[in-house]
Design a protein around this ligand. Structure first.
Ligand code: PLP
Length: 482
């Protein structure tokens, strides 16, 4: 590492990035390239001799940026957001600079200890129960994604049951969730060896705004017990991916408890909102959970990746995931004086991810972060109002956080035509390059999703987006009449 070269190149790179952010609105939000576009633009093999930073940055401008979908654009409203911020960015930079591999405490004590402290801070912001804090038997850990979080807790829960019932019980283990639960749950089941016919994705509908009904769970659990199966894992969601449905945690948790099931709460997107006292109610009942997860990299100004997982019983994780090879043995671990995060996750190596979250919390402070969330929710509320006032549209499910689910509803049309029309609207809006929204289906309806949460989004971007949607819709409806 040549410090002077780093200084010079680093300044140039920061200038390049700052210019990118300054001009981000000039790019089509959704990349408009065709599959395979890059193949023809880059050489077949790596260069034999070094090239200059200028040459590389020129290629970034000309060849890479056209193929980028701009998640940081203020007009990015698809999926859920993935926030970047100055603080998050600086934390990433520092983490890249130190470039430690913090598998065990001894491999970089600050990485482990800062992670424990920052996760405790965050648990307090969310007002999580004491048992999730590191001073007792629980604690928090940063995973790469919510998918990894759910996988590690499922493995912990599985092994806990198998230790007492024997390995043969695996084929009888049953997992429960609603049909709105993120697909990462099924992936976790596949990896954890849970038979897919034992995964109960319980049906939801508009009568509960797509939240899981405790009666459905109770009925399914009773049926499985009668059939000699073993209910062992329940996943509740606060803010489902399709429509931000909120499962009733307290009631679900009681059922989980009385059947000795592990209860995991996935609040990947909506967890951020719960630092605001007025939204904390949505995780009421979290005290009945065994584990809780939210993605700071979605809506909390922390650059990807940074998924926060808390457990009440850290031994459940370490008993399932610990390894102790000779080459990693050290006094602190042997004496059981420290946390070794390698035993709370799938990989061995891990990045110093707590730095960026620590910087976000310190450089912005909780009050600013709450205002940030509230502003997005207000913008979404205003948009919901506009949609509901337009006779061509309907709001499909009531908005709770910053996602608005809506669709055009032409008069005198069957569901199939209506779905096709909304599909065409989605394509028309996104191929304009002016904004990017995504879709889902709810009860067979093709629904458009507009999620507000990019750090640069202001009222004008939401209003401009709505105007484009209205114009494209009018055009489609008019052409339908002809
Ligand atoms: N859970 C919910 C509710 C989500 O909305 C998402 C992604 O949007 C996930 C889980 C998966 O997140 P990740 O990409 O961090 O695995």
């Amino acid at each position: 590492m040549d410090s002077e070269q780093l200084r010079e190149y680093g300044h140039r790179m920061v200038d390049f990035i700052a210019d990118y952010y300054k001009t981000i609105e000039t790019f089509p939000v959704l990349s408009q390239v065709q599959p395979g576009y890059l193949h023809n633009l880059l050489p077949d093999s790596a260069p034999e001799q070094p090239e200059t930073l200028e040459q590389v940055l020129d290629d970034v401008k000309e060849k890479i940026l056209p193929g980028v979908t701009h998640w940081q654009s203020p007009s990015f409203f698809a999926y859920y957001p993935a926030n970047s911020s100055v603080a998050g960015f600086l934390g990433e930079m520092l983490s890249a600079a130190l470039n430690i591999v913090g598998f065990s405490w001894v491999s970089s004590p600050a990485a482990t200890e800062l992670e424990m402290i920052v996760l405790d801070w965050f648990a307090k912001l969310l007002n999580l129960p004491e048992q999730f804090l590191s001073r007792g038997n629980g604690g928090g850990v940063i995973q790469g994604t919510a998918s990894e979080a759910i996988l590690v807790v499922m493995i912990a829960a599985r092994d806990k049951v198998l230790r007492s019932l024997g390995k043969k019980a695996l084929e009888k283990l049953v997992v429960y969730s609603s049909d709105q639960t993120h697909s990462s749950l099924l992936k976790a089941c596949q990896i954890a060896g849970i038979h897919l016919e034992n995964c109960r994705m319980l049906k939801t509908d508009s009568s509960t705004n797509y939240a899981l009904r405790p009666e459905s769970l109770q009925e399914a659990v009773s049926g499985d017990l009668e059939a000699g199966l073993i209910p062992f894992f329940l996943c509740g969601t606060v803010g489902t991916t399709s429509s931000t449905a909120v499962d009733p945690l307290a009631e679900l948790g009681m059922i989980a408890k009385s059947n000795e099931m592990w209860f995991h709460v996935d609040a990947a997107y909506a967890g951020s909102a719960c630092i605001c006292p007025e939204y904390r109610q949505y995780i009421d009942g979290v005290e009945t959970a065994d584990s809780f997860n939210m993605n700071a990299h979605k809506w909390f100004l922390t650059n990807f990746d940074c998924s926060l997982l808390w457990v009440k019983d850290r031994c459940a994780l370490t008993e399932a995931l610990s390894t102790n090879p000779e080459f990693l043995k050290n006094k602190a671990s042997q004496a059981n004086l420290v946390v070794d995060y390698k035993d709370w996750q799938i990989p061995l190596g891990r990045r110093f991810r707590s730095l960026k979250l620590w910087m976000v919390l310190r450089l912005y402070g909780a009050e600013t972060l709450k205002s940030y969330i509230r502003n997005h929710i207000k913008l979404a509320k205003d948009l919901e109002q506009l949609v509901s006032q337009d006779p061509n549209f309907e709001v499909v499910t009531p908005r709770i956080f910053s996602l608005v689910c809506f669709r055009i509803v032409p008069v005198d049309n069957d569901e199939k035509t209506c779905n096709n029309l909304n599909r065409s609207l989605l394509d028309a809006v996104n191929s304009s390059g002016k904004l990017f929204i995504s879709h889902t289906t709810l009860s067979g309806k093709f629904v458009l999703r507009l999620a507000i949460g990019a750090p640069l989004t202001e009222e004008k971007h939401v209003m401009d987006a709505w105007k484009v949607i209205q114009e494209e819709a009018s055009f489609l409806l008019a052409s339908q009449v002809k």
